[in-house]
Design a protein around this ligand. Structure first.
Ligand code: C2E
Ligand code: CA
Ligand code: CA
Length: 554
C-alpha cells in the first residue's frame, strides 16, 4: 500500500522565505504555495479535505495573515486545520493576538530547519488523531454531524466568535412517524433529502447536526434583517425544503443564542417551539418567545421537585361534592389533587398533570391519591359519618403499568374499604391505545363493584363509541359542554346525548354547574347529578368531613 504524503499550505509573500520552506519540507510533504491571504484561502477551500496544516505569514499584500485566521475560524470546514504562524517578530502582544485568533504555534525567521520540521510533524500527528475521531462524528446516513459532535463544534463556534449573534434552528418532517410506519425504510429518503438541502443552503459559518431520527439542528449567524423579514426568510426556507423533499417541514427557531446558558437547554427551547406547532396545519415556523421559556422553566422546576414533594406531603387531596340534580341530595365526591408548594404556593393541576403524564410520575401520584381516599373513607366510616362514594381520577398512562390493578386493590384491602365507596374516572383518551390488559383491569374492577366514570365527555374528542367500548357506568359531561347550553342547537345535542345515556343504562353527571339557572336546565334535561361551584368548590379533607356531617340524612 502506498502511503501518500501529508499536504501543507504555505502562505507567504516573500519568495525567498517560500523557497527556503520548500527546500526544508518538500521531501516529507506535498506542498501548496500561495503568495497572499486571498490566494491561500482559495487553495484552502479547494483542498480543505487534503491540507493537514497551514504555515501562515502575517504581513502580506491583498489579504494579511490576521484576516486569514479570522476567515478560517468562521468556516466549520476549515476550523480543524492547525495554523502555524511564520514570524520575524517576537512581540508577546502579537503572539497573544494570533493565539486568540486560533493559531496553534509559531516558527521564527530565520528558519531553523530541525525546529520547524519537529513542530510541523507533532501538530500534523495530533490533528490526524483528531480527524480519525471526527470520522465517527459524522452521521453515516445523512453526512451531517452526530448530535454529540454538533454540540462540540457548536460550542467551538460560539466560543471563537464572541461578537457574532447566533440562531439555533431545528427542522422536522411533519408526521414522520406515520410515514415511517407506512413506508418503512423508504421514509429515510425524505430525511436524507432534508439533510442534503440543509447542507447545501446553510449560510457560511454554520454547523449542522442530526437531532433524533428526523430532526436536524443548525447553528448559524443570525440574519441581519428585521424580525418580520427574518420570519419570512424562515417561511421561505421551510417551503423550499418542503418542495425539495416532498414532505412538510416545520422549524423551531431560537435567536440571539445566550452564551451564558447551557447549549442543551437552549436546544430544548428551540425544540419546544417546534413541538408547540406540531398540530397546527397552517403554522410551520415558531420563534422561541419569553412565554415559552417561562413554561419550560416551570416544567423543569416541576420535574426537579416532584419526587420530593410527594415524599414531603406537599400533595393534598381535595374533595368536590356531587349532588343529585332534582332533590339536591349529596351522592358522592371527586378527589382532586392539589400541590401546595412551600415557595410557589398553590400550583394548578392543569400545570403539573401534563408534566407528570409525560414523565410517568402520574402513576405514583394517582396511586397516592387512591391510597389517601381509601384512608379517608376508612376514617370517616370509623367516625360514624354518612360516607358517599368518592371517584378518583386515573390517567391512561396508569394502565400501561403491569401491576396497576394490584396497586389499586392492595390499599382497599389494607384499609378495609367497601368497593362500592370507590369510583374510578377514566378519560376517553384511554380508548386510543386500549390494550387487552387495560380493558381487563377495568372489567375486573367493575366486577368487584367499583363504578367506572367516563370523564370529560363533550370536549370535542368524544365519540359515542367510547360509551359502548369502555366498561362504564357513569358519564361526566365536561363543563365546556355545559357552558354552551344557551345555544338552542347545543340543547338539542344535549337532549340527544341524554337519550343515548338512558338507552345504554348509564348515569350522567354535569360538571362546572355554577348557577341556579344552569342547575334547573340540567335537571330538566334529565341529567342525574351535578358537580360544580353551585354546590361547592373542591374542599380540603377536614372541610369535606364537615360537609359530610352537614349533609348527612340521618
Ligand atoms: P377534571 O377531572 O375534569 O376535574 C374537574 C375540574 O373542574 C377540577 O379542576 C375542578 O376544580 C373544576 N371545577 C369543578 N366545578 C367547577 C365549576 O363550577 N366551575 C369551574 N370554573 N371549575 C370547576 P382541577 O381540580 O383544577 O383539575 C383539573 C384537572 O386535573 C382535572 O379535570 C383532572 O383531569 C386533573 N386531575 C386533578 N387531580 C387529578 C389526579 O389525582 N389524577 C389525575 N390523573 N388527574 C387529576
Ligand atoms: Ca375528573
Ligand atoms: Ca372532567
Amino acid at each position: 500500500m502506498t502511503q501518500t504524503k501529508p499536504s501543507l499550505l504555505i502562505v507567504e509573500d516573500n519568495e525567498l522565505n517560500r523557497d527556503i520552506l520548500k527546500e526544508i519540507l518538500q521531501n516529507e510533504y506535498r506542498l501548496f504555495l500561495a503568495e497572499n491571504g486571498m490566494e491561500g484561502l482559495r487553495l484552502l477551500r479547494q483542498h480543505s479535505a487534503d491540507i493537514g496544516l497551514i504555515l501562515l505569514d502575517l504581513e502580506m499584500p491583498i489579504m494579511n495573515g490576521y484576516d486569514v485566521l479570522k476567515a478560517v475560524r468562521l468556516d466549520p470546514e476549515l476550523i480543524r486545520i492547525p495554523i502555524v504562524i511564520i514570524t520575524a517578530n517576537d512581540s508577546i502582544e502579537e503572539e497573544v493576538r494570533c493565539l486568540k485568533l486560533g493559531a496553534r504555534d509559531f516558527i521564527r525567521k530565520p528558519f531553523n530547519s530541525t525546529v520547524a520540521k519537529l513542530r510541523i510533524k507533532s501538530l500534523i500527528n495530533m490533528q490526524k488523531s483528531v480527524d480519525t475521531l471526527s470520522k465517527v462524528e459524522i452521521d453515516a446516513e445523512t453526512d451531517v454531524y452526530t448530535f454529540s459532535a454538533f454540540l462540540y463544534y457548536a460550542k467551538e463556534l460560539l466560543r471563537n466568535n464572541p461578537r457574532t449573534s447566533y440562531t439555533l434552528s431545528i427542522t422536522h418532517i411533519k408526521g414522520f412517524r406515520g410515514m415511517r410506519s407506512l413506508l418503512g425504510e423508504e421514509a429515510m429518503e425524505y430525511v436524507k433529502k432534508e439533510a442534503a438541502f440543509l447542507r447545501d443552503c446553510m449560510p457560511a459559518g454554520s454547523v449542522c447536526g442530526r437531532f433524533f431520527l428526523e430532526r436536524f439542528i443548525v447553528l448559524s449567524p443570525m440574519l441581519p434583517y428585521g424580525k418580520e423579514d427574518r420570519m419570512e426568510i424562515y417561511k421561505d426556507l421551510s417551503r423550499k425544503i418542503s418542495a425539495n423533499t416532498n414532505a412538510k417541514i416545520k422549524i423551531g427557531v431560537l435567536e440571539n443564542v445566550d452564551r451564558e446558558k447551557d447549549l442543551t437547554s437552549l436546544i430544548e427551547q428551540a425544540n419546544a417551539a417546534l413541538n408547540s406547532i406540531q398540530d397546527l396545519y397552517h403554522t410551520d415556523i415558531c420563534f422561541v418567545e419569553p412565554d415559552l421559556i417561562k413554561q419550560l422553566e416551570n416544567r423543569y422546576q416541576i420535574e426537579r421537585e416532584m419526587d420530593n414533594a410527594l415524599k414531603q406531603g406537599q400533595f393534598k387531596i381535595y374533595f368536590q361534592p356531587k349532588h343529585r340534580s332534582d332533590d339536591g341530595m349529596l351522592i358522592g365526591a371527586e378527589a382532586l389533587l392539589r400541590w401546595i408548594h412551600p415557595e410557589l404556593g398553590f400550583i394548578s393541576p392543569a400545570v403539573f398533570i401534563p408534566v407528570f403524564e409525560q414523565t410517568g410520575f402520574i402513576v405514583d401520584v394517582d396511586i397516592y391519591a387512591w391510597e389517601e381516599v381509601c384512608r379517608c373513607q376508612r376514617k370517616w366510616t370509623d367516625d360514624g359519618l354518612n360516607v358517599v362514594p368518592i371517584s378518583v381520577n386515573t390517567s391512561r398512562f396508569d394502565y400501561t403499568v403491569g401491576d396497576f390493578h394490584e396497586k389499586l386493590l392492595e390499599p382497599i384491602a389494607r384499609h378495609g374499604v367497601p368497593n362500592n365507596l370507590l369510583h374510578i374516572e377514566v378519560t376517553e383518551s384511554l380508548l386510543a391505545e386500549l390494550t387487552k390488559e387495560a380493558l381487563a383491569t377495568l372489567h375486573s374492577l367493575r366486577d368487584k363493584g367499583i363504578k367506572i366514570e367516563l370523564d370529560d365527555f363533550g370536549t370535542g374528542y368524544s365519540s359515542p363509541q367510547a360509551l359502548v367500548e369502555l366498561p362504564i357506568d357513569i358519564v361526566k359531561l365536561d363543563m365546556s359542554f355545559v357552558r354552551k347550553l344557551d345555544d338552542p342547537r347545543e340543547q338539542q345535542l344535549m337532549k340527544g346525548c341524554v337519550f343515548l345515556f338512558k338507552s345504554l343504562n348509564l348515569e350522567s353527571v354535569a360538571e362546572g354547574v355554577e348557577t341556579e339557572e344552569t342547575r334547573r336546565m340540567i335537571a330538566d334535561f334529565g341529567i342525574d347529578c351535578i358537580q360544580g361551584y353551585y354546590f361547592s368548590k373542591p374542599l380540603p379533607a377536614e372541610e369535606f368531613e364537615e360537609y359530610l356531617r352537614c349533609h348527612s340524612w340521618c
